[in-house]
Design a protein around this ligand. Sequence first.
Ligand code: UD1
Length: 412
Amino acid sequence: MKISVKKSAPLSGVIEAGGAKNSALPIMAASILCGKKCQINSIPKLADTENMKEIMCELGCRISDNTFDSGTLCGYTAPYEGVKKLRGSFLLAAPLLVRLKRAQIPLPGGCPIGTRPIDLHLKGLRAVGAEIDTYHGVVDIKCRQLKGARIYLDFPSVGATENLIMAASFADGETVIENAAAEPEIADLCDFLNKQGANIRGIGGNTLKIEGVRELSGVTHKIIPDRIEAGTYITAFAITGGKGIVKNVRSEHQKPLLAKLAEMGVKITEQGEDFLVDATSPISSASIKTLPYPGFPTDMQAPFMSLLSVAKGTGMVVETVFENRFLHIAELLRMGADIRTDGRTSVVEGVTRLTGAKVEAHDLRGGAALAIAGLAAEGETEISGAEHIFRGYERFCEKLSGAGADICTLND
Ligand code: UD1
């Protein structure tokens, strides 16, 4: 799929962010734990969430609109075709293990931004009593009864923390997860589970204490707003020198981005869950280093780099979370950006003009970054591989064009 973006006038008007993809995926998986009906509201309609629904239906869940009924769950073997499209499907490991005492999930494999191993998930699941074997490209996880344990994560992995929270919620006794990831999406998962009767303490911090329970009830839950989607649209206003509103944003989730934008001269006024963005003054450069939450989010690194490409001065970007998350740089160079890279560090020298070019999206956030750059580049930017963007942004072109961007999908 392709997207065409043309240099756009300063954006104005309103763009609304939807529910967070990275909350929706673990919460959909976690709905399996209770074996009852749950209503999950604000799930964004994306390729990733649709794939997750398909995999869950193949395992016997009944899903219609936002109602998830896992009372009919019967399969523990996740289909290869679904899993290879969606790394987040490994989040089904713990729920299947809890409900059916077994989970067989094809190894999710690498992806362009890194090898993305699952060793921390497996180490943690072993600690709570799972037996794990890997053969023919499938991880086969079994257990009798899960038992509480003390787990220290070598790195605060988001996915591993989520799988372990779900497993520990049904383990005998207490589990303590140290160096746990503290992303808002993890807090959302914990809130969903606690509402169902789970006993998770330390939410929002790096040490989680989870007392296992025997039963969870079905509940209704609303997914938190997508901080990366909102951040991407704030960046779109900024790169065009625009002024407008991004709706459905939680300021407590946006601190690292807000701090950098303030440093660069973008004015943001918070009005409840609306952000009034004013980028009508010239923008100067800044440096970022991606880190686990509450550090600067790795998912915002690529869109932010597009903004740095046209900001006045020099900025440094250090990517510490993924080993290969600079794939957008080669494409930004085609558009006239001045970026030098050495390993996980890039130096971005702001240029006075970008020019539209044919470029390729290799991954989700890198693809969004090219669209953002395209808004400020003279002429037309044609982005192939746009399906990556639609994995994480609902109605991407429609939302941006609603604020005056010249962007549309192209027929291949
Ligand atoms: C989640 C997000 C993704 C985001 C990332 C980091 C979802 C669906 N995706 O991905 O958008 O970019 O968090 O904020 O929520 N690692 C290991 N071993 C493991 C697990 C991870 O070495 O067992 C490494 C990874 O290779 C990576 C780093 O830890 O370098 C962070 O990965 P992780 O936090 O697990 O990211 P995901 O949960 O895959």
